[in-house]
Design a protein around this ligand. Structure first.
Ligand SMILES: NC(=O)c1ccc[n+]([C@@H]2O[C@H](COP(=O)([O-])OP(=O)(O)OC[C@H]3O[C@@H](n4cnc5c(N)ncnc54)[C@H](OP(=O)(O)O)[C@@H]3O)[C@@H](O)[C@H]2O)c1
Length: 328
């Protein structure tokens, strides 16, 4: 099969090489023999793969290795008792190995792909939407009728969070940095859009009638204190990531004074040891696909051999929605 490997740690432009490799065996580091082998049609590209080209991500396999945490395609083989079978269209989180024509994923992280979604959309379904559901529902306790403010709202996690929140009956405020990203956030269902370089905290307080119930934050950095200030009493900031580059620190007296919370949401660490939970989240998301709320936004499409350009787009803050490699 054709695959793209990370062969050095010199960054997205220099680190990738297109190679011929044997097809993967039907095994996976997370599920042993219970692996689903997928003929890959589309592979999702995400921030962690950019970090992996610099050796800056927590998962650091020995070089060379095939990156790519999620794919969509058609099942070549599946273990008995899996939720999918040979010939099914699926979306799967494989952790590594997705930038290839064939990939192996744990059975508990492989999900039927609705006919309502293309393979490219399927390649953006697991990482971002499971994270959004986990962060908003299981960690943020978002309830119908509440207001959620989403940072990085035109990005992969951001657009997923907007769609999932709408599906849960919440009101959404998107924070973005440009006109183009405002359009994407509105397409993803933002009720209101504010600018990250403007007075967004005051605007959010006004638009929400006193403060947001939940702030979903994949960005971190300087804006964190204003996120806390934008909450109403009982509000929660859910920490999802740090694309802004720096990890904020919290003065906990602010939490005491305003009766607010900061909550960590690490999807992978939480769900990897809970196979059934993954399938349950998959079923909840399938309902939102059925109801038309979940429609992954594909913001950039590249052939496998241009994987470096896909990573560059994310690295330069130019990506919107999900960036995808069209593999076959
Ligand atoms: N906790 C978890 O379980 C989990 C799961 C999946 C992903 N993540 C993390 O969530 C974060 C977001 O992932 P993603 O796939 O949504 O990324 P993405 O599509 O690249 O979007 C990230 C957004 O961050 C904003 N941003 C602000 N400052 C930035 C900067 N200096 N460089 C780049 N972007 C900047 C950008 O929006 P504006 O330009 O509008 O500001 C951008 O749209 C990543 O850190 C990822 O590792 C965490």
């Amino acid at each position: 099969m054709r695959a793209v490997q990370i062969v050095n740690l010199d960054g997205p432009v220099e680190a990738l090489s297109l190679v011929e490799l044997p097809d993967p065996e039907p095994t996976h580091m997370l599920s042993g023999e219970r692996a689903v082998v997928v003929d890959v049609h589309a592979a999702g590209v995400s921030f962690p793969e950019v970090l992996q080209t610099r050796g800056e991500y927590q998962l650091k396999p020995p070089l060379p290795f095939v990156p790519g945490s999620e794919v969509a395609g058609v099942v070549r083989s599946a273990p008995e008792g899996a939720a999918v079978k040979e010939g099914d269209r699926v979306a799967a989180c494989c952790m590594l190995g997705g930038f290839a024509e064939v990939a192996a994923a744990p059975d508990f992280l492989t999900f039927p792909l609705s006919d309502a979604l293309s393979f490219a959309q399927g390649a953006g379904l697991v990482l971002n939407y499971h994270t959004a559901w986990f962060s908003l529902v299981l960690r943020g306790r978002l309830a119908e009728g509440e207001t959620v403010l989403v940072h990085g709202a035109a990005g992969g996690v951001g657009t997923a969070a907007l769609q999932v929140a709408k599906g849960l009956g919440a009101r959404t405020i998107a924070v973005v940095s440009s006109d183009d990203k405002e359009t994407v956030a509105r397409d993803a269902g933002a009720d209101e859009v504010v600018r990250s370089d403007g007075p967004w905290k005051d605007e959010a307080k006004e638009l929400s009638g006193g403060g947001a119930d939940v702030v979903l934050d994949p960005v971190g950095g300087d804006r964190f204190t204003d996120s806390l200030r934008s909450l109403r009493e009982g509000g929660r900031v859910v920490v999802v990531g740090f694309t802004g580059g720096s990890i904020p620190e919290v003065k906990v007296n602010r939490l005491l004074l305003n009766n607010t919370e900061v909550i960590g949401a690490g999807w992978g660490a939480f769900v990897m040891s809970k196979p059934n939970l993954n399938q349950e989240i998959g079923e909840e998301l399938a309902k939102l696909v059925e109801q038309g709320f979940v429609r992954p936004i594909v913001g950039g499409r590249f052939p496998l051999e241009r994987a470096a350009d896909a990573l560059e787009l994310i690295d330069s803050r130019g990506a919107t929605g999900k960036v995808v490699l069209e593999v076959s």
